[in-house]
Design a protein. Structure first.
Lengths: 647, 126
């Protein structure tokens, strides 16, 4: 009985949807007016017909008809079919759209300056054309919906919107839409919008930019829900001003000739982040969720590049760069690729990031401001060597750190994992792992100061694993402070932890490994009367500590240690286990809140794996042999490690 | 019983909505105030020069002021004379709205001007 009831209702609803429409066809454009709303359709001067405010020159009208077809308000439907396009315009917006169709090129001049019947106009595009386009001008926001569209324009942009207002570019659910523009043109993007561009929908959008960018907006771009594939571009994948915001969806960028996502400041001064991003012009890039996969291969190209800050709150982000370095004769500087580059700060509060740079000089993260990670999982790897430029600007690759030291900083770019000019703060639940493999590959570097208050930090580097310098230009202290968290800093060619100011170990678990003398596990700038201060924490230092250290918390040393062996360290009833490296400094130093006991050759049966498997904190161990510890006062690894100014 | 009542009300609403959205006629108003209604269903219109062809009918565009959808036939017969057969026999000349002279036996559906010795009438041929 219920089924019969539902069928009746559905049947009746079908009937209620029937309407009556007065249609006026002018060339390839049909205007559909609901009969119930046409009112008086006036003939003027014997040559004009006015319907719902739209004037038609009767000489231009090809046909008129009355049929029983419902019309949805505020719609302009464009159907591409090979070399032609048909346009259907809803009657209530007819007076506000002036449509021109030439072959498969459709131009619309939209004249409303306010909502029409309480809503904006929606342009729905579908079909296919290999020589077609959609261009729109206007002064009020609107929606452009792609509903199964394949559009290529060899003579310009596929979609060009000169309307400076907010445009929603939507890929309809279940549809795949593919856009390409022509090569050698003057268009700024295959998809170009003068105004704000909100890219959304639950469909798929594929874009190729054959002249410049794939997608370009003169204002902000936001991405939500849809799957956006940038299949190639001569310039950037996505280029915008003001800010870039990704809330959800999937963005894949490959085959681009420049950056993956670039956001520039529109004006001359940043507004910073504003409430709800209203009137914001910050150059910031925000990623709140979704999936981002970017590959850039051009020399000095950036995966994600901002004039302002980069703020990541969630999502899965993978960025790969493969390009080498270039000499910028204008800036008189060597430049190289980086996965994330910001003229402002870089803040990570969530998400999972995998950043990899393989080209010469390529960095994982490069920022002019500060770096903060208080959440999320960040993995950074660089595998290229350093790149240098001669006085004439000739670029070459350098494979040894000693060779690199001969070059001034403006004439070289090193493959550092994370390098910022401002401070670095890592804490809370952040998990940061960094590995470098090439010459000059510092793991984490700040030109200002570094503070680790929590989280996990694991660095394997060819140069200093963790380094804070104090360039006069930044006014930084070069101090490093570790007060919490789990920190593993291993260098195969320099210091584990290197501070150009003071170094403060106050808490947390610190496992530092320096290479052979004169490098040390934990270094401070004693050459300039700076010191290492140990006041707390659980410390394992292979390669010893900087001479002249202030060791308020007692430290102990083992006279020797075995490579590639599992050791356990017990402090106050809590045990951790660590595996020694294949190489490192001579002295093994340990320190804890109370005198620790050390065992070598233990078997780990349980525990929480950290540092990529290099330790378990805490750990359940068995077996092993006690290691004799003697009092340690510092300097066991040799004089201050690292070369001043070697950055 | 409740369901039956609801269904009945729904039918009433259905026909109301249907009635509001569809019109039986497209009515044309001439410059002299005369009106002529054409059945609207599946109607085709075209314009060539000064002539508007509406289904089987033709209008001189310059004689039209407006058209509109109407629920009823609004054709005005007060300004259009019906001619008895005898008077029709008296017709000297008959012109269509394009101003073309047509023969008595050539009259298709539409509006015509009939000139007689003692006056001129407008007739509607259905």
């Amino acid at each position: 009985m219920k089924k019969i009831y539902i069928c009746f209702v559905a049947f009746l609803l079908a009937f209620t949807a029937v309407g009556q429409t007065f249609n006026v066809q002018v060339g390839n454009v049909v205007y559909r007016f609901p009969a119930s709303r046409t009112g008086d359709m006036e003939f003027v001067d014997g040559n004009l017909l006015v319907v719902m405010g739209k004037s038609f020159a009767l000489a231009d009208v090809d046909a008129m008809s009355v049929n029983e077809v419902s019309v949805q308000d505020n719609n302009v439907v464009i159907s591409y079919n090979g070399e032609a396009a048909m346009v259907e315009v809803s009657g209530n917006v007819a007076q506000f759209v002036d449509v021109t169709v030439k072959g498969a090129h459709v131009s619309v001049a939209q004249s409303n300056v306010d909502a029409v019947d309480g809503d904006e106009i929606t342009y729905t595009l579908s079909g296919a054309a290999t020589d077609g386009s959609f261009s729109l001008s206007g002064s009020y926001k609107c929606t452009v919906q792609l509903a199964g569209l394949e559009l290529a324009n060899p003579g310009g942009a596929a979609i060009e919107i000169a309307n400076g207002k907010r445009i929603q570019l939507s890929a309809k659910r279940g549809t795949v839409n593919t856009l390409a523009d022509g090569a050698g043109g003057s268009q700024k993007g295959c998809v170009y919008s003068k105004g704000q561009l909100q890219i959304q929908g639950n469909g798929v959008l594929n874009v190729t930019g054959n002249t410049k960018h794939a997608i370009k907006s003169g204002d902000y771009i936001s991405v939500k829900n849809l799957t956006l594939n940038i299949d190639g571009a001569v310039g950037d994948g996505i280029s915008c001003n003001e800010y870039f915001l990704m809330e959800s969806g999937c963005v894949v960028i490959d085959g681009v000739g420049d950056d993956g996502i670039q956001c520039d400041l529109d004006g001359t001064a940043s507004t910073g982040e504003t409430a709800d991003h209203d009137d914001e012009d910050s150059g910031n890039i925000y990623i709140l969720g979704g999936k981002v996969d970017i590959r850039v291969t051009a020399d000095a190209a950036k995966g994600i590049k901002s004039d302002g800050d980069v703020r990541i709150e969630g999502g899965e982000i993978a960025v790969n760069t493969a390009g080498g370095g270039v000499w910028d004769s204008e800036d008189v500087k060597t430049k190289a690729s980086s996965c994330i580059s910001a003229d402002g700060n870089i803040d990570i509060t969530g998400g999972v990031l995998e950043l990899a740079s393989s080209g010469a000089g390529g960095k994982g993260i490069n920022g002019d401001g500060a770096f903060t990670a208080v959440g999320g999982v960040l993995s950074v790897s660089t595998s290229g060597n350093a790149v240098v430029a001669s006085s004439s600007g000739s670029i070459s690759v350098v494979t040894s750190s000693q060779q690199l030291d001969r070059y001034d900083s403006d004439y070289k770019s090193s493959p550092k994992g994370i390098k910022v000019d401002g401070s670095i703060v890592i804490g809370d639940s952040a998990m940061v792992s960094v590995s470098t493999a090439g010459a000059g590959g510092e793991g984490i570097e700040s030109k200002y100061s570094i503070e680790i208050t929590g989280g996990q930090v694991a660095v394997n580097a060819t140069d200093d694993a963790i380094n804070a310098s104090n360039l006069s230009s930044t006014g930084g202290t070069g101090d490093i402070s570790i007060s919490g968290g789990l920190v593993c800093a291993r260098s195969t060619g320099n210091d584990g932890i290197d501070s150009n100011g003071n170094c403060y170990i106050k808490g947390g678990v610190v496992y530092a490994i320096g290479s052979s003398q004169p490098e040390v596990a934990i270094d401070a700038n004693s050459e300039e009367q700076k010191k290492l201060y140990v006041t707390g924490g659980t410390i394992i230092a292979i390669g010893g500590l900087e001479s002249g250290s202030s060791l308020t918390q007692s430290c102990y040393q083992a006279s020797s240690w075995s490579k590639n062996s599992w050791y356990s360290m017990t402090v106050g009833g809590e045990t951790l286990a660590f595996r020694t490296p294949a190489s490192g400094g001579t002295t093994l130093v340990v320190s804890g809140a109370s005198q620790p006991t050390l065992k070598s050759g233990v078997t780990v049966s349980d525990g929480t794996e950290v540092f990529g498997g290099a330790a378990y904190v805490p750990a359940t161990v068995s077996g092993g042999s006690s290691v004799t510890l003697s009092s340690y006062s510092g300097g066991g690894g040799g004089p201050g490690g690292g070369w001043p100014g070697r950055h | 019983m409740r369901k039956f009542t609801f269904l009945c009300l729904f039918f009433v609403g259905l026909f109301t909505v249907y009635a509001e959205n569809t019109y039986s006629y497209l009515t044309f108003e001439m410059t002299d105030g005369a009106k002529f209604s054409v059945q609207a269903s599946s109607l085709s219109l075209s314009v060539k020069g000064n002539v508007l062809t509406v289904g089987e009918y033709e209008f001189v565009v310059s004689n039209l002021t407006k058209m509109y959808f109407s629920a009823v036939n609004e054709t005005t017969t007060t300004k259009v004379d019906t001619v008895a057969d005898a008077a029709f026999d008296e017709a000297v000349e008959i012109y269509n709205l394009k101003g073309e002279k047509v023969g008595k036996k050539e009259l298709s559906k539409g509006v015509f001007i009939v000139k007689k010795r003692n006056g001129t009438n407008k007739i509607v041929v259905r």
